[in-house]
Design a protein around this ligand. Sequence first.
Ligand code: FMN
Length: 236
Amino acid sequence: MSEILDALFRRRAVKAFEPVEIPQALREQILNAARHAPSSFNSQPYQFFWVESSPRRTTAAKLCMGQMPAATASALVVAVADIGSLAATSQAQLEWMRESGLSDAKVRDYERTAKTGRILFMPGPFGIFGALKWAIFRLLNLWKTFGMPPVFRHDIFKWAMKSTSLACENLMIAAEALGLNTCPMEGFDGRRLSRFLGLSTRYHEIVMVIAIGKKSPAYVEPPQWRRPLEATVTVL
Ligand SMILES: Cc1cc2nc3c(=O)[nH]c(=O)nc-3n(C[C@H](O)[C@H](O)[C@H](O)COP(=O)(O)O)c2cc1C
């Protein structure tokens, strides 16, 4: 089997880790793998907080309800959907396109897409613009076929969380491939953890916390169960 599939099938949600230090080079490889995941419009609408220094990690673990994977991990990676970085990201991509010598037509094309994106992904004060967008798109959709863009702030968060989750999976598979183990967790106090990281509720939502480290030799994995293929797949 390919190395990627090996890591993918080997990965388990590990509940107890042994204390090992994760070298910086390994950390960077893992985080690089995360940001290479595909994202909607290549917007990369996320931030990762790698919490490893001892007082902070202890606090973050407590905010994960003291769960065993959090309390024993070498680091906790907090994956945050970030809808406040969209304009800066498209600006950075535009600059990169210009510096890379891409044709003027391509740059202009991207400029147009970025402008449309900015309008589509702007909920406006009190969601007023969102409501207006919803009404317009709903009306147009009566006779035209198109996918409904995210209109309200919670839709935009939902949209950003999809790309964030893909990056999380990349991160976990990369960690596994590099000899580490992980446990994704949604058992955390989102309000307190957000405050602890200095996040803004307007622009940030924690998607999951990933405990990362080396599986404790004392930890025995339970057998892995999955629904049968036919229960989750429809081939048309
Ligand atoms: C979004 C998400 C949230 C999860 N939250 C927790 C959690 O808070 N605590 C925990 O111990 N495991 C958590 N898990 C791990 C799952 O329990 C685990 O992935 C599942 O039981 C399947 O086991 P496996 O990953 O070893 O195949 C979570 C997994 C996902 C994907």
